[in-house]
Design a binder for this molecule. Sequence first.
Ligand SMILES: *Cc1c(COP(=O)(O)O)cnc(C)c1O
Length: 217
Amino acid sequence: MFVKENLIKIKNNLPANVKLIAVSKKQPHAVIKEAYNFGHLDFGENYVQELVDKQLILPKDIRWHFIGHLQSNKVKYIAPFVHLIHGVDSVSLLLEINKQAKKNNRVINCLLQIHIAQELTKFGFSIDDCFDLFESNLLLKLENVKIIGFMAMASNTDDKMQIKKEFQSLNIFSKKTQIYNQNDFCLSMGMSEDYNLAIEEGSNMVRIGSLIFGQRQ
Ligand SMILES: *Cc1c(COP(=O)(O)O)cnc(C)c1O
């Protein structure tokens, strides 16, 4: 029963405008069901095969968020049902999502992943590349994807000032873009360890796993 208690604790402390994505990767169906029965509908997954398996079995009104690194050749498996793709990190991936969305006769909402961390290993567009993408009119031609915001991960460090600075850089950037003014604008930043800092820096969508479900298997 701890899942429900954890959810209550977190939700009670979130500002009203911040959406909670329960990150259920590597967690069994039973704990997802527990959160679902409590009324939670937004879940985040990182692996395509795992997500496809869960979507088949779990309730159909769950909103599945793909938050991991997505390979272009796997877009087709999640295109029929995915609610929001958080980690769009290249133009070629965007083109493939558009193609598969079209095949499924839908518009898929996407967030552009922006590289804000110091680490070289994290995926994502640089802020400059992202500006260039908005300047080009490519996005207007992609009728089956809708960019509704940005996603980022901060450096994996204990240095809170560093994390805050990184989140702040995306917050400042996002306000300079057109999509910031959309009423569905999403700024997906913050995980179990750093979500409070992210919210202070403008996040309105947090992706929390271990604080809800405990350690992953
Ligand atoms: C796993 C994961 C999370 C959740 O991490 P926790 O530390 O368990 O909250 C959030 N975002 C992404 C992109 C992840 O891969």
